[in-house]
Write a protein that binds this ligand. Structure first.
Ligand code: NAP
Length: 351
């Protein structure tokens, strides 16, 4: 089978993982790359994502030229999704797999969601969003329910120290270091991570569940000392912990829950428990819990902060890349894990 032709859209943190993964797969071929930053135009993608060998693909800001390459799929990983840009790609008949603030489009609002769905159908293209969480964590939750009956409640928990990611741009709008109890902070957090609403809809879709509503609860914790984090210092007494629960509601009851607890240090006030990982809890018959263990595959003494950050980006980018083949084969329109075969990784192969 000819390799699928891939265009990478922007070359930030997640792209470092997706480009590497595309290059490692004989069934995928990188044919183009979009640069949002003007100073990246004309540079080899390898240079932009830290690969040793040149790819021969130069980044460009010429969208028409990229679409004229007739790619099978765009791996779309900019900081924010751009509905007009995505619609243009889809209308040109190019499938999209993304980590960028999109899973179902519910969080973008009904107009944007309808526009994306219409563009995809018009172009005969599919649009799929994932990542670690939201994204893959909801697939895990769905799978965990598969050995249960009488399911009453499903909870997916992400409980992590995010200080390694403190300087990432997608942390900018969360209000780290704001005074505790500032009016509007909870709403700002909800808006900044609204894509978790999509995650609730993905889990509901895999379970064949119609939700009445999706709600969100936000709690805060403060630093008990000054935190000297690279790129984001946080003063003692200001916000250094976020507890964000997006809930799916049926008949007035919260039946699905995506619970994120993000802390910038281990000693906050209140003294929250942090489990350092992902856990699925299914309240059903029988009761099921599933804990995801993620460990580096290199000697721990050689690990750098960049390596650890890279693991976070790989578990975000790899679900995107592993889904590409299924996204290309999927029906036109917005598709989720409810529509795709399980996107497992292939066994390691060399080109
Ligand atoms: N679901 C998950 O598990 C998960 C986890 C982590 C991240 N994400 C999401 O994945 C996406 C990529 O994350 P990332 O850490 O790779 O992002 P990033 O490195 O901060 O930004 C990605 C690229 O977006 C472009 N960009 C920068 N500022 C922009 C702006 N204001 N508007 C539009 N584009 C801009 C730049 O393109 P150039 O390369 O051309 O400079 C940048 O390299 C984000 O939407 C993030 O929220 C999802």
């Amino acid at each position: 089978m000819a390799p699928l032709r891939i265009v990478q859209w922007t070359t930030g943190n997640v792209a470092r993982a997706t480009v590497r993964a595309v290059q490692a797969r004989p069934d995928l071929e990188l044919v183009g790359c979009f640069a949002w930053s003007a100073d990246k135009v004309g540079r080899d993608v390898a240079d932009l994502v830290g690969l040793d060998e040149p790819t021969g693909v130069l980044a460009t800001d010429d969208v028409e030229a990229l679409l004229a390459l007739r790619p099978d799929c765009v791996v779309y990983t900019p900081l924010h999704p751009d509905v007009a840009e995505l619609s243009r790609i889809l209308r040109a008949g190019v499938d999209v797999a993304t980590s960028a603030g999109f899973l179902t489009g519910h969080s973008l609002g009904p107009e944007a969601r309808a526009a994306l769905q219409a563009a995809a159908v018009e172009g005969g293209a599919s649009l799929f969003g994932t990542g670690m969480n939201p994204g893959f964590a909801q697939l895990l939750a769905a799978v965990a329910t598969g050995i249960c009956e009488d399911v009453r409640h499903v909870r997916a928990v992400e409980s992590v120290d995010v200080s390694l990611f403190a300087a990432d741009s997608n942390m900018d709008e969360l209000g780290w270091g704001r005074p505790m109890g500032e009016p509007g902070h909870a709403d700002d957090v909800r808006r900044a991570v609204a894509v978790f609403e999509d995650g609730v809809h993905v889990l509901a879709a895999t379970m064949g569940l119609d939700l009445d509503d999706v709600g969100c609860h936000v709690d805060f914790a403060v630093a008990t000392r000054d935190l000297d984090l690279p790129g984001r210092p946080i003063a003692a007494g200001t916000v250094a912990g976020l507890d964000v629960r997006f809930v799916g509601i049926v008949d007035g009851a919260e039946v699905l829950e995506l619970h994120q607890r993000w802390v910038m240090a281990g000693d906050l006030g209140p003294d929250w428990t942090v489990d350092h990982g992902y856990r699925i809890e299914v309240d059903a018959s029988p009761q099921v819990t599933l804990t995801l263990g993620i460990m580096p595959d290199q000697p721990l003494e050689t690990l750098t902060a960049a390596d650890l950050h890279g693991i976070g980006m790989r578990i975000t980018g790899l679900p995107v890349v592993h889904a590409i083949r299924h996204v290309v084969a999927a029906r036109p329109g917005i598709v989720t894990y409810a529509d795709l075969p399980v996107p497992a990784a292939p066994l390691r192969q060399r080109r």
